[in-house]
Write a protein that binds this ligand. Structure first.
Ligand SMILES: Nc1ncnc2c1ncn2[C@@H]1O[C@H](COP(=O)(O)OP(=O)(O)OP(=O)(O)O)[C@@H](O)[C@H]1O
Ligand SMILES: [Mg+2]
Length: 313
């Protein structure tokens, strides 16, 4: 798929295959083209060129057929804050041609199933962030879709609400739904997805299982020594031990991307022999943010909080 808005190339030949009954995670930073891909696949916009087939239907030639078998929980779903959750769902159900009785029954069933029955008669305007996301998810399920698109389903949620959404997605997949999920969140794809595509500037720059992507990067050894005085000797030992050039930042030393990390006791005894006093040491599995950093030189997701230097008086 290729999509251009004026001079902006939102998608630059994105090519994806998503096996049925799996979760595919599309991971990328802001503006990478994730929502554009979802919008094309959900028939909300057309590709400038290229072709996409969803559940056997061509999105450009048979959009009405595609719409019958998909659900979409978009980044900007429209709910009426002045109506209750149940009322909103009934209206959306009728718009999806479930009929008035069918819409009512389905709304009740889904509210119950996703733990929102108690809040169904409250105004959506009074819902918490987690409840809102859940009702968006419910709205995308009114027609029991074969293919579900979730555009950043948990962005901005706290940990318990995210866990609830993840559990709901797992249940849907167990029941036979195919899910394409976009996210800036590494943990989310590791928790849910069988396959991950890393997207940057409209292109797929890496693809595989979360484990495969992590294996491309290797492990990290993290060492914190007592003070900066201990850094040079510790670094020399670590370099000899791993064959890699360590990096130091204050009293913290990192050896990035070792294919085979030496056993922890060996690292400890070597560092001990070097005379460096160790405060902390660890062998870290890489996260998908390391994958992204290695491939694009950029981090994914919210920037780390930066410590502001104290004003000097
Ligand atoms: N309707 C539009 N008109 C013009 N430019 C657009 C439009 N929609 C998207 N774009 C541009 O296309 C690029 C991809 O946007 P898209 O919304 O797909 O990114 P995204 O990966 O979903 O980002 P985010 O993580 O912020 O949601 C961006 O540069 C964006 O500004
Ligand atoms: Mg988006």
């Amino acid at each position: 798929m290729r999509k251009q808005y004026g001079d902006v190339v939102a998608l630059d030949g994105l090519d994806l295959v998503v096996p049925s009954r799996t979760v595919y995670g599309l991971l990328g930073p802001k503006g990478a083209g994730k929502s554009t891909a979802v919008r094309i696949l959900a028939t909300l916009t057309r590709p400038s060129s290229g072709r996409a087939v969803v559940a056997g239907f061509d999105v450009a030639r048979n959009p009405a057929d595609v719409r019958k078998v998909i659900g979409l929980a978009g980044q900007d779903a429209s709910f009426d804050d002045g109506l209750t959750g149940r009322e909103n769902l009934r209206i959306l159900g009728r718009l999806s041609r479930l009929g008035s009785r069918g819409a009512r029954r389905r709304a009740d069933e889904l509210l119950e199933r996703f733990g929102l029955a108690h809040a169904g008669d409250r105004l959506v305007g009074t819902y918490s962030g987690g409840m809102r996301r859940r009702i968006h998810l419910i709205a995308s399920l009114l027609r029991a879709p074969a293919v579900l698109f979730l555009d950043e389903p948990t962005t901005g949620l706290d940990a318990p609400s995210r866990a609830e959404i993840w559990e709901s997605v797992r249940r849907l997949v167990a029941d036979g739904t195919t899910v394409l999920l976009t996210t800036p969140c590494l943990e989310e794809v590791e928790r849910l997805a069988t396959a991950v595509g890393v997207i940057d500037r409209g292109q797929l720059i890496a693809e595989g299982s979360p484990a495969q992507l992590k294996a491309q990067i290797g492990r990290h050894i993290d060492v914190v020594v007592e003070s900066a005085d201990h850094v040079p000797s510790a670094m020399a030992r670590l370099e000899r031990l791993t064959g890699r050039c360590p990096e130091a930042d204050g009293s913290r030393i990192v050896v990035a991307a070792v294919d085979q990390a030496p056993a922890l006791p060996l690292i400890v005894s070597e560092l001990d022999a070097s005379g460096a006093v160790i405060r902390n040491i660890g062998i870290r599995e890489p996260g998908l943010d390391d994958v992204f950093l290695t491939m694009t030189g950029q981090t994914v997701g919210p920037a780390q909080p930066v410590e502001t230097p104290e004003a000097v008086s």
